[in-house]
Design a protein around this ligand. Structure first.
Ligand code: ATP
Ligand code: MG
Length: 647
């Protein structure tokens, strides 16, 4: 089984300190969270820590705070010369180092430019930019004047952009003419042009000329002629470098961010200012034990929540030096991330299982070609990490020196919820388990009736609000109640399936609505996928259930083989046997299909619902966040061909 196999202990701590902290938090949560909030600077302190009107939580009532002030002004007097961002363009020659003083100046200028355009507290601005420093600058500029930002991942199409612009009714778009991806120019402005026609709320567009070959046509609008493009530098550079930070009530929204769309249509998650910042800041310290000399490299795109919380807000609140990379991990070659770790002497590296599975497909020697000795801590987020992949990460990247923190959380939770708090005290690591809930987080696993269970699979819920909890779904309180708070009474429903082992460790087994029901047994997708990935020939696997009159559901598997395996018939038999040996005959797949690529979201998560729809002949549903349409065509083709052959 997936659960409870290996245990790796580092250091000599007995976990006492962490347990004390968790007990303290449980005994008096309001006091505990007030202490965490006090790590930030407030213009006015709060009257009440928590007002809980289920399922709506308000934190630090009447406290006045500003995100950009906390992220920049607090450090500039003493740490103005410290590098905030080491930025690397896709082209190796393109590099920038931006200090905290630079950030402060640019954020203030942009904030003044936004004010000049008439933007006021509570207005929405959509930011549609590639991974360039101007993206965090734009976010912090919004927060400086109390404007709510909605960052839309730059890989999204015009249609996805238009949906989000309309849902948030943004008055302004901040964008770039384009960017570089695998050596090609991606033209963002074309997408903005075509999205605009359908978006009446937009009054202005600020455009950064990112492309260096002069091929862009940044100033002319092919969209709505009444909405001119304003050049970033034309409107920003002459602004005053001082802009008074708006004092924002703690529960005013800081941002809207849409979920990844793995299980359905994305939801517009709204986060508060004071509660969110308190929680992002606290968890960053607990998990990474961040030090002044750290060089921190989180590979997430800022278009996802990991990028919001752990590339922009939490690191900047701590005056951390970050590495930011424009391109993909495998371009110009799979050496890219390792080169950056070596060049900037990164001490912390935080990435996703999907990226690790991709890197693992290649010969491991390339990682060893680099000096990774600066690293002290590794992290993962986004999906359950297969134990096989965890061990590879631990040995090859971490050289068995660096602990790994697996962080479970969601866009809705603001920041990490279950993770080994290495910054407080590292607990023994179990490859594949996210370990235990962080202090103040009352997460448990329950059965169908809501009874807490241990050693038994069930649903992950959180029984008490925490400061990072979302405020609502943008413009849809009812949907917020219904999606997260109606499944179990008075508890936040995560929609993830999990099991807690005898040490209290949490094992995430997949999405609750993707659980396989085979002959009276329930299997999480993760249990079967991890068994398959442990087969030497398998790089990636996705499992889904196919309706079966006798068994309930049969297990259907899609496998991406590693390079160099050609005899699929032999491989099929060998994988079936392997699964049977690992999980028992119950988990024996009914069929295995070999594909070159799995359908994934643009944040790298496997979209099982797409596979399930193809196999069960159903509607595919929302695919706006799909990474590559061609992956669907390939799956469909291989599935249909196979059906023809086998009848
Ligand atoms: P949607 O809600 O639109 O279907 P999504 O759930 O993929 O998309 P995110 O908020 O980006 O959107 O992802 C959160 C989910 O990612 C979690 O619910 C969980 O299923 C998965 N996840 C994140 N981190 C981990 C982790 N460390 N271990 C296991 N699963 C994780
Ligand atoms: Mg989700």
């Amino acid at each position: 089984m997936l659960v409870g196999s290996t245990k790796i202990t580092k250091g000599t701590s007995d976990g006492r300190m962490l347990m004390d902290m968790r007990e303290r938090a449980a005994r008096d949560p309001n006091r505990f969270w007030a202490e965490q909030a006090s790590l930030l600077e407030w213009f006015r302190s709060w009257d009440e820590v928590l007002y809980w009107n289920p399922p709506f939580a308000k934190w630090f009532i009447n406290g006045l705070i500003n995100a950009s002030y906390n992220a920049l002004d607090r450090h500039t007097p003493s740490k103005g010369d410290k590098v905030a961002i080491y930025w690397q363009g896709e082209d190796d020659d393109e590099r920038r180092s931006i200090t905290y003083r630079d950030m402060h100046r640019e954020v203030n200028r942009v904030a003044n430019a936004l004010k000049g355009l008439g933007l006021r507290k509570g207005d929405r601005v959509t930011i549609y930019m590639p991974m360039v420093p101007e993206l965090p600058i734009a976010m912090l500029a919004c927060s400086r004047i109390g404007v709510i930002h909605s960052v839309v991942f730059s890989g999204f199409s015009a249609g996805a952009l238009a949906d989000r612009l309309n849902d948030s009714r943004s008055r302004l778009i901040i964008t770039a003419d384009g960017y570089y991806r695998r050596g090609k120019v991606i033209n963002l402005k074309d997408n903005v042009d075509s999205a605009l026609n359908a978006c009446k709320s937009v009054e202005h567009i600020i455009i950064l000329k990112r492309l260096i070959d002069g091929s862009s046509n940044a100033s002319s609008s092919k969209g709505r002629s009444d909405v001119p493009y304003i050049d970033w530098h034309d409107i920003v550079d002459d602004q005053d470098a001082n802009c008074e930070p708006e004092m924002v009530e703690s529960n005013e929204p800081l941002f809207i961010l849409y979920t990844s769309g793995t299980t359905g249509k994305p939801k517009g998650i709204v986060h508060s200012t004071g509660g969110y910042l308190t929680y992002a800041n606290a968890t960053f310290r607990w998990i990474f034990g961040i030090r002044d000399e750290d060089v921190y490299f989180c590979t997430a795109d800022i278009g996802w929540v990991t990028g919001h919380s752990y590339v922009v807000y939490a690191p900047m609140l701590n005056a951390t030096t970050i590495i930011m990379y424009e391109g993909t991990p495998d371009y110009p070659s799979v050496h890219r991330w390792f080169e950056l770790i070596e060049r900037y002497k990164a001490t912390i590296f935080y990435t996703t299982p999907t990226a690790l599975r991709m890197l693992m497909r290649y010969n491991i020697e390339y990682a060893k070609a680099h000096n990774l000795s600066s690293l002290r801590l590794l992290g993962t987020v986004g999906e359950p990490i297969n134990p096989e992949v965890w061990l590879w990460y631990y040995k090859v990247v971490g050289e068995e020196r660096c602990p790994i923190v697996d962080t479970w959380w969601q866009t809705e939770t603001g920041a990490a919820m279950i993770a080994n708090a290495a910054g407080i005290e590292l607990l023994p690591m179990k490859p594949g388990s996210a370990s235990i809930p962080l202090p103040g987080i009352d997460a448990v696993v329950v059965d169908d009736d809501g009874n807490e269970v241990r050693g038994e699979k069930g649903y992950l819920i959180v029984k008490r609000p925490w400061p990072g909890l979302m405020l609502t779904i943008w413009g849809d309180d009812e949907r917020y109640k219904q999606v997260y708070w109606s499944r179990f009474s008075n508890a936040y429903y995560s929609a993830d399936y999990a099991i807690v082992d005898e040490d209290g460790y949490f094992w995430l087994l997949g999405r609750a609505d993707e659980v396989l029901k085979v002959a009276g047994h329930r299997l999480g997708t993760m249990e079967v996928e991890s068994a398959i990935v442990a087969h030497q020939a398998v790089a990636e696997a996705a499992v889904i259930g196919k309706a079966d009159a006798i068994k309930g559901e049969g297990i259907v598997v899609f496998v991406v083989p590693k390079q160099g395996y050609a005899d699929y018939n032999e491989l099929r038999v060998s994988i079936m046997k392997h699964v049977e040996n690992t999980l028992g005959p119950i988990a024996r797949p009914e069929q295995i299909y070999f594909v070159g690529k799995l359908p994934k979201t643009r944040s790298g998560k496997i979209m099982r619902r797409v596979l399930k729809a193809i196999v069960n002949n159903a509607q595919i549903g929302d695919t706006t966040t799909l990474e590559d349409e061609a992956s669907i065509d390939e799956v469909r083709r291989i599935y249909e061909e196979f059906k023809k052959v086998t009848g």
